[in-house]
Write a protein that binds this ligand. Structure first.
Ligand SMILES: Cc1cc2nc3c(=O)[nH]c(=O)nc-3n(C[C@H](O)[C@H](O)[C@H](O)COP(=O)(O)OP(=O)(O)OC[C@H]3O[C@@H](n4cnc5c(N)ncnc54)[C@H](O)[C@@H]3O)c2cc1C
Ligand code: FES
Ligand code: FES
Length: 484
């Protein structure tokens, strides 16, 4: 049995399909149709709801999430707020009033999603503090109004964290004594689905060992789409969202350890302390709703050639911890990616944490994401470079790219063209040329092979321009202009 708060009232559900979505539950079972379905793949934000859970110190943490890729068991013991709740007294919430008065809605289909994202900001939801309003709504798409009035409506309502003791008390009353486990017999497909929600890494390790064929689910920002878009049936699922010790981070002089269950929004500040470029990269992963759900561990484990974190973390020299039962092994992150769709994860094993060494104070770290749209888009190419330069000579170099090969991968020829040689304009050209030895990228809808090689080279040229003496950079630029 599943229990959660919906707009302040306890909802109890029996016989839950573990991979049913919150959006379908709200619209088709509970008849709360204010939450809209646009894309069903986490892209448009029309289905945005707020989900509150008790964080450390029992502080209530609200997250804006996309209901279309949020599996129903992920609501267990949590508080859900939908757009209907905002006008429960009969009067519009200030956000809704501002949206109306500023003509921030035309067809209105996207409007509940924008309202919920902006409402989240107004109650201090995760990932909104001190953020520009444009970033808060970057995960919401509007095809007809234009964003100016929506931004103005958001700016008109102050943002502050709101204490909510009644919801905290209600959530405590829902706390379980035993971990949630569900079994569901699907009459349509004739399959049996099970959902396990362990609460410690030891419980997780035991379950993954006992059910090596089960799908591990973290934020479901990849897995959710397998169900909603690819119509795949997940039989057994082990969810990491209740595993408190997988959601820890530890930072010291040597580096940063991020538990596999840490979400992007939670890791962003610590990553930015290692390198501002890492913080900026996280800012460009999905929108707030995706960053509030998706985990660093899920991004690595998924092994996509265009996942953004792996190239950046490989360039920094990250080590991945994999755990099977009580055994742990630590490998260089690049070694985890064996081939397209194949990773070095053995049966019964899971990703436990990633450790990222702190770059030396004088290191040059550059991470550049190139995508068709600035916000909320997948990379065509993600470039990451970490250099140590002494007296104009490159002492250490780690270069990695996403979008250039079947996996995120280092660039050994580029690195060899750098190490022990002067960091000058010729080096930038030499390294750009070496890219063709390292990679033979595919052509697809995000970019042709030639485009990918060209922009990857330009990232390295730009890095040299940005790090060289202004006079030298200007003369190289002038030469380039003269050559046309
Ligand atoms: C709208 C949208 C925009 C996106 N934008 C970006 C983007 O800009 N850049 C980007 O890189 N990605 C992007 N993604 C993809 C996705 O958000 C990331 O890959 C995310 O980090 C996946 O994490 P998750 O926790 O949601 O993983 P899940 O979907 O839960 O799982 C993903 C995979 O990892 C496995 N897995 C999860 N946790 C573990 C673990 N601890 N051990 C072993 N296996 C595990 C799962 O079995 C599954 O195979 C986007 C997704 C959406 C829907
Ligand atoms: S329906 Fe588009 S993000 Fe959910
Ligand atoms: S008002 Fe029509 S999509 Fe935004």
């Amino acid at each position: 049995m599943l229990r959660f708060l919906l707009n302040g009232e306890v909802v109890t559900l029996d016989d839950v399909d573990p991979t049913g979505t919150t959006l379908d539950l709200l619209r088709y079972k509970l008849r709360l149709v204010g939450t809209k379905e646009g894309c069903s793949e986490g892209d448009c934000g029309a289905c945005t709801v707020l989900v509150g859970e008790l964080g450390d110190g029992e502080r209530l943490v609200w997250r804006a999430l996309n209901a279309c890729i949020l599996f129903v068991p992920m609501l267990d013991g949590r508080a859900v707020v939908t757009v209907e709740h905002l006008s429960r007294s009969g009067a519009q919430h200030p956000i809704q009033r501002e949206m109306v008065e500023r003509h921030a809605s035309q067809c209105g289909f996207c409007t509940p999603g924008f309202v919920m994202s902006l409402y989240g900001r107004s109650v201090g939801a995760l990932g909104t503090a001190d953020e520009p309003i444009a970033d808060v709504i970057a995960g919401n798409l509007c095809r007809c109004t234009g964003y100016g009035p929506i931004l103005a409506a958001g700016a008109a309502v102050p943002a502050q964290w709101v204490d909510d003791p009644a919801t905290v008390a209600a959530l405590k009353a829902l706390a379980r004594s035993e971990p949630l486990a569900l079994t569901y017999d699907d009459p349509l497909s004739g399959t049996r689905r099970r959902w396990f929600a362990p609460r410690t890494t030891d419980e997780l390790a035991a379950l993954v060992l006992a059910h090596p064929e089960a799908r591990i689910v973290s934020g479901a920002t990849d897995v959710g789409l397998w169900v909603t878009k690819q119509q795949r049936v997940l039989e057994d699922a082990i969810w990491t969202g209740e595993v408190a010790d997988l959601r820890r981070m530890a930072e010291d002089e040597a580096g940063l350890t991020i538990g596999a269950g840490v979400r992007y929004s939670e890791a962003r500040a610590a990553l930015a302390r290692l390198s501002p470029d890492l913080g900026e990269l996280v800012r460009r992963i999905g929108g707030v709703q995706v960053r509030n759900a998706g985990t660093i561990g899920g991004n690595i484990a998924n092994g996509s050639p265009i996942g953004d974190m792996p190239p950046a973390l490989i360039a920094l020299g990250a080590l991945l911890t994999l755990r099977r039962c009580d055994e742990r092994r630590r490998i260089p992150l690049e070694d985890y990616f064996l081939a397209y769709g194949r990773q070095d994860r053995r049966p019964g094993e899971f990703v436990e944490a990633v450790w990222i060494p702190r770059p030396r104070a004088d290191a040059i770290v550059r991470v550049v994401k190139l995508s068709k749209r600035f916000d909320s888009d997948i990379s065509a190419v993600c470039a990451a470079v970490a250099l140590s330069i002494e007296d104009g000579v490159v002492r250490e170099a780690r270069v990695a790219f996403g979008g250039m090969a079947a996996t995120p991968a280092r660039a050994p020829a580029c690195e060899a063209a750098l190490i022990g040689r002067s960091w000058d304009a010729a080096a930038a050209e030499r390294v750009a040329d070496a890219l063709a030895e390292d990679y033979a990228p595919l052509s697809d809808l995000r970019g042709s092979s030639a485009y990918r090689l060209a922009v990857a080279g330009n990232v390295l040229r730009r890095l040299w321009l940005e790090t060289s003496e202004p006079d030298e950079a200007m003369s190289v630029l002038a030469e380039g202009l003269a050559d046309g």
